[in-house]
Design a protein around this ligand. Structure first.
Ligand SMILES: [Zn+2]
Length: 401
């Protein structure tokens, strides 16, 4: 029994019995008898009145589930007759699980795994796992020390909303909060609660080209520079190009289509980095379509803008590009040019900073997996806590390094 005691590694207990089954182990334990202090009169006593068995779940023993039968003692005060239960240090408020089991479960909940799958590890009910998790409540965003604020939406399908909102600090790589809605009034109310001085210390506000985000930035983050996330405005051009490519490709007869095999990946690459052979392939494709030729040229010119080292240079090239796109006769690019005109300041501001919504983008991918594993979340509060719990881990890791 002494060896079992060592393996069990719980302090101040005696092992009374040990049973070993195919799928589980059962260990009878008791706390060492010791002198107790009466909670009523503060005098010492060691008088045991009774004992009852309490079943407790512990961390798995190899691939076996492990159950502790605690013979829990009730003491009685010799002086005032008050009865009370002994105190132990390995159980907590949950009582039916050891503290180390709870910690292990909470650690597993930092992954994208579902409640159901974690419950299965221990043969504990899903509701128990959820109840345990629901004790964790992450507070709303603390914007102190945040210099760069990045905001975006993601398809959460939770709390009756298709899109939920995510705010992050891309500089320190922290998820600040998850909001149920991305509507103007909701965001206004949310940010209004954060004191003005803290909001004013935010230097950069990054978002996509959604008017509401822009309005919030102007209204609540007056001292910040509004930046349109680079990926979002670059994507517009990629989409415009794809649009033209698909339209043009449809027009070709079967005979010509053979030249367009693998065209998507080849056409989106930078021309200057291609081998002579590939360049030749491109030239053949472009030979058959005037529209594709123009679109391709616009795409290549656009990449030149991205290579600009500073804002001044970028501004000049972007202005030229917009004019070129406006006169291109390609609807998709005309629309793109219009968007760029409307958002030109935010777009040019993105040349002044290295920060983007790339960090959020990565987090959204993890959220997607979390959601998929659970076949979706209905309860927004729980979903939010799960997301924040998942990224807490990352934050700690960053603090160590
Ligand atoms: Zn007493």
């Amino acid at each position: 029994m002494k060896n079992i005691n060592e393996i069990l590694n719980l302090k101040n207990i005696n092992v009374l019995n040990f049973k070993y089954f195919n799928d589980k182990i059962e260990i009878d334990i008791e706390l060492e008898k010791k002198i107790q202090v009466c909670p009523r009169c503060n005098r010492e006593t060691d008088w045991i009145q009774s004992s009852r068995i309490q079943k407790i779940r512990d961390v798995n023993f190899g691939d076996r589930k492990s159950y502790l039968n605690l013979h829990k003692k009730r003491y009685k005060c010799k002086f005032c007759s008050k009865t009370f239960l002994e105190d132990n240090n390995f159980l907590n408020v949950y009582q039916r699980m050891t503290t180390r089991l709870v910690n292990e479960i909470l650690l597993k909940l930092e992954s994208e795994r579902s409640f159901t799958s974690i419950a299965r590890d221990y043969d504990i009910s899903v509701n128990t796992i959820i109840r345990l998790f629901d004790k964790i409540q992450y507070p709303s965003a603390n914007l102190e020390n945040v210099e760069v604020l990045s905001i975006d939406e993601f398809k959460g399908n939770t709390g009756g909303e298709k899109y939920n909102c995510i705010i992050a600090d891309p500089k320190r790589k922290i998820i600040l909060d998850i909001l149920p809605k991305r509507y103007k009034t909701d965001l206004q109310i949310y940010f209004y609660k954060i004191d003005k001085k803290t909001r004013d210390s935010i230097k950069i506000f990054i978002s996509d080209m959604w008017q509401t985000y822009f309005d919030i930035a102007k209204d609540k983050f007056k001292k910040s520079k509004f930046v349109v996330d680079k990926y979002h405005w670059i994507r517009q051009v990629i989409w415009a190009f794809e649009n033209v490519r698909k339209e043009e490709q449809k027009k070709f007869s079967k005979e010509y289509r053979k030249y367009f095999k693998r065209s998507k990946s080849l056409l989106t690459k930078r021309f200057k980095f291609l081998s002579d052979e590939k360049k030749q392939e491109i030239n053949i494709m472009l030979y058959y379509s005037e529209k594709l030729r123009v679109a391709y040229d616009l795409k290549e010119e656009f990449f030149e803008i991205l290579e600009c080292k500073d804002r001044v240079e970028a501004k000049k090239k972007l202005t030229d590009w917009i004019m070129y796109a406006q006169g291109s006769g390609l609807k998709a690019f005309e629309k793109c040019a219009e968007t760029f005109v409307n958002w030109s300041t935010g777009i040019l501001n993105s040349f002044d900073t290295k920060y983007t919504n790339g960090f959020i983008e990565g987090c959204n991918n993890k959220i997607k997996v979390l959601k998929r594993n659970a076949y979706g979340y209905r309860n927004f509060k729980r979903f939010r806590n799960r997301i924040l719990h998942m990224f807490e881990c990352k934050k700690r890791c960053l603090n160590i390094t």
